[in-house]
Design a binder for this molecule. Structure first.
Ligand code: N85
Length: 815
């Protein structure tokens, strides 16, 4: 673990394994050599950790997720191994800058946004808390697309993140498993009268695992993320070979290898594509077969203690094929009867819901499902038939309720409601923030809540303070440690002690120095990526997240246009200069989101080149927002925009990263914002907008035209938008946006919240000009962020759902 030995290994990897000799010419090889040197140091701990789990024969949880948005691994490994500063020094002596080396690593962008990043934060916390939790996911060849902006419009470029290899993964071909698709089922009566089902004439695909180490924070624990890659089987299409079509049959291998080719880039709408269903089943089947193979080695076909040792956490409904797949494996492969198999299944699954948006709720066409997974469809029908009997018993004769609750949505194209399947089969159902969990119980899953109230619980999200504070903000991290000790890294509640320093002038000035330093770093990033030089004395006002109407980037732009209008009118007394940054990816098929990206671009262009705005206002669209960008952005933010229509953002997690780093929030009463405000106090949070109840109550009598007519500021903003002020040469491109704002059916109520948003922004501006007050509020935000560590979240998952032991990794002493 000493720097000399790390650098020694690094040199050997560079000159021998990579066979390079001029470091300055080969930045990527420098990075790879360092990554391999660190991986070696994780491997020993990794083996010890797995051996300890094995030896203790402890219960384990498997986190099943189609997405793991891991970002970069190098900095994280160094932080967790506690070798960062010594290695940086030693590399410095070779003329190498650690920061520059780390920049070489491609982000592992195997997720869309919040849901995928949450999975990554959870793995970090599980390893840090020494919980035997393993992640199962897919090794997409192409992760989240790279976003380019051309003429203000989003273009998607493929993200071939594996092109230069991936130093962190270890292929385990010996653990490959076979996955079946298509074919048909045959039901036979066995000699002793029992029913046997065979799934035959299938087209098979191999699943090959790649393991990625997940180190805990300075504790010797290294957990595993196992990612599956699809590959053709050996005997692939022998028929074709025999017929002499050698090349055609080799080409047909493609179909198999395509399954894990690309991540679907939708974060809030299901798309019903067959390939997506293939991905979901592929993950579910491979992961379960992996777990059952290990089980069988030790217990044979005795599953009597299986539920005491295994739990599967479903990250949304995406891996829910695991429910019928576990039934199938237990019955068809291991000979259990229905009742035994169901008793096990319903006690091993736990389901997390991440959204209430109807367009994101997965419903698979029964026809397609049956063609691709005929045996699973039979099982789902039987689960449903038995479930319907339970409903009938509880509510005899309530046919309307039966129809509502059925896992199968009847109609000319019948659908499988995956969320209902997940609820029926799980012993735990949770939302991701208090409001969200309450709304799940009151609306989306109300019938199920009445039937099984005990299944329902809340687990407010969190984020890992190692990546989102320690690694992303070393300057603040130092100040925190000097002030309250270093306990906060593994117990973020310790930051509460900061509050006592909020009135200390010297501490406040140190706080400002740190923030200023991080703003400079962010300004450099903006300059590099957008070509605009931010004024670092201005308020850094930031909204980064997927582009979606419910997140209301549009409301943000309307406010910026209003500020621009004020400047042009000369209404600039007591002005607070602002730099507004908006970033995020639009789903490629989401036209309205793409219009919004373009709007940010043109409004920004108009403002940034207007001399009247100089020193007062800037607006920039940040391209290709991703994990590594957020590490710089969250540290440099003053103001965090969390402005979704109340009731629509399940939790939000960016809000937590900003808060930890001392940004203040302007936000609605939505998702975890509510809990953030509770923790920090209403006086340190800028609240605006309708509540979720008011949003619902407004349906049917929302009149945006009247609101606009009565609000002079909004009227002027709509005039500027409508008369083409920002799009002189591209007439009409924003008509859909204008129409959406004027529509009485606008689900996002943009006009309704404009006035209170602008008023809250006024308060923000006033507060920012009072440096002492702002700094105090900033400190109090960081001080109150303890609840939003994913360590807290995971401890709650463990005590309420998983019940795993915390196992100290033995033997590998941490030096
Ligand atoms: N949800 C989220 O990120 N969802 C997805 O990425 C996603 C939905 C979906 C549907 C976020 C079909 C196919 C792929 C899909 C919530 O919006 C946040 O409020 N991917 C929340 O903080 C976060 O999940 C973590 O809970």
């Amino acid at each position: 673990m000493d720097a000399e030995s790390i650098v020694g290994d690094f040199r050997r990897y560079f000159s021998h394994t990579m066979a390079r000799d001029d470091a300055s010419q080969a930045a990527y090889y420098v990075y790879t050599s360092l990554a391999l040197s660190l991986r070696d140091r994780l491997v020993e701990r990794w083996k010890m950790t797995q051996a300890a789990y094995e030896e203790q024969d402890c219960k384990r949880t498997y986190y099943l997720s189609l997405e793991f948005l891991m970002g970069r691994a190098l900095g994280n490994a160094m932080l967790n191994l506690e070798v960062e500063s010594s290695t940086a020094d030693a590399l410095g002596k070779l003329g190498l800058l650690l920061e520059e080396i780390a920049e070489q690593e491609h982000d592992a962008g195997l997720g869309n946004g919040g849901l995928g990043r949450l999975a990554a934060c959870f793995l970090d916390s599980c390893a840090t808390l020494q919980l035997p939790v393993m992640g199962y996911g897919l090794r997409y060849e192409y992760g989240m697309f790279r976003q380019k902006i051309e003429n203000g419009y989003q273009l998607e470029e493929p993200d071939h993140w594996l092109r230069d290899g991936n130093s962190w993964e270890i292929e385990r071909p010996e653990l490959s498993v076979r996955i079946k698709f298509g074919g048909q089922t045959e039901h036979h009566l066995g000699p002793d009268g029992d029913r046997r089902v065979y799934w035959k004439y299938t087209q098979d695909v191999m699943a090959v695992p790649y393991d990625v180490p997940v180190p805990g924070y300075r504790n010797g624990t290294v957990n595993t993320l196992r990612l599956w890659k699809s590959a053709a089987t050996e005997e692939f299409d022998l028929g074709e070979f025999n017929a002499g079509s050698y090349t055609e049959s080799v080409a047909a291998k493609n179909d198999a290898e395509h399954i894990t080719m690309v991540l679907y880039p939708n974060d809030a709408s299901e798309n019903g594509k067959e390939l997506r269903l293939r991905q979901q089943y592929f993950l579910a089947s491979a992961s379960l077969q992996d777990v059952l193979r290990t089980w069988e080695l030790k217990h044979g076909n005795d599953f009597s203690t299986f539920v005491d040792k295994n739990c599967f956490q479903l990250n949304d409904t995406h891996p829910t094929c695991a429910v019928p797949e576990l039934m199938r494996l237990l019955m068809d492969e291991h000979g259990l009867d229905w009742d035994e198999a169901w008793r096990i299944t319903r006690r091993c699954f736990a389901y997390t819901n991440h959204t209430l948006l109807p367009e994101a709720l997965e419903r698979w066409s029964v026809g397609m499902f049956g063609r691709l997974l005929p045996r699973l469809l039979e099982i789902i029908y039987e689960i449903n038939a038995r479930f319907i009997m339970v409903v009938e018993q509880r509510w005899p004769g309530d046919m309307e309720r039966l129809r509502r609750m059925s896992i199968i949505e009847e109609g000319h194209d019948a659908k499988i409601r995956m969320a209902y399947l997940a609820v029926v089969a799980s012993f735990s159902v949770n939302g991701v923030a208090a409001l969200h969990s309450r709304l799940l119980q009151q609306y989306l899953l109300h019938d199920f809540y009445e039937l099984w109230p005990h299944k329902f619980n809340n687990k407010t999200n969190g984020v890992t303070p190692r990546r989102w504070l320690a690694a992303s903000n070393p300057a603040l991290s130092d100040l925190l440690t000097r002030t309250v000790g270093d306990g906060w890294l593994s117990d973020l509640g310790k930051l509460r002690a900061l509050a006592a320093h909020a009135d200390n002038a010297k501490f406040r000035s140190e706080w400002c120095v740190v923030k200023q330093k991080q703003k400079l770093r962010l300004a450099e990033l903006v300059q590099r990526n957008c070509g605009i030089k931010f004024d670092t004395s201005a308020l850094f006002d930031i909204q980064v997240k997927r582009i979606h109407e419910y997140k209301r980037q549009l409301l943000n732009v309307l406010h910026v246009i209003h500020l621009y209008d004020r400047i042009k009118r000369g209404d600039t007394a007591d002005w607070t200069p602002r730099c507004v940054l908006i970033g995020g990816k639009a789903a490629p098929g989401y036209a309205m989101a793409k219009h919004i990206v373009k709007l940010v671009g043109v409004v920004g262009e108009c403002i940034n080149k207007d001399p009247d705005c100089a020193g007062l206002l800037q607006l920039v669209f940040f391209p290709n927002y991703c994990v590594s960008a957020m590490e710089v952005i969250c540290a440099g933010a003053d103001l965090s925009e969390q402005i979704s229509t109340a009731g629509k953002e399940a939790s939000g997690t960016g809000n937590m990263k900003f808060m930890m780093n001392g940004a203040l929030t302007i936000g609605t009463l939505d998702g975890a914002n509510i809990e953030i405000r509770e923790e920090v106090g209403s006086e340190n949070f800028f609240l605006f907008g309708l509540s979720a109840e008011e949003v619902e109550a407004s349906r049917g009598h929302y009149d945006p035209a009247a609101i606009i007519a009565q609000d002079e500021d909004l009227r002027r903003v709509m005039l500027l938008l409508g008369n083409g002020h920002f799009n002189r040469f591209e007439v009409g491109i924003f008509d859909p946006i204008i129409a959406a704002i004027y529509s009485p059916h606008d689900p996002w109520l943009t006009a309704a919240d404009f006035r209170s948003y602008v008023d809250a922004q006024r308060e923000v501006a006033d507060a920012y000009r009072d440096v002492e007050r702002w700094t105090r509020m900033s400190i109090l935000n960081t001080a109150a962020s303890g609840k939003f560590s994913s360590d807290r979240t995971i401890l709650e998952y463990n005590s309420d759902i998983w019940h795993l032991p915390q196992l100290a990794a033995k033997s590998v002493k941490h030096e």
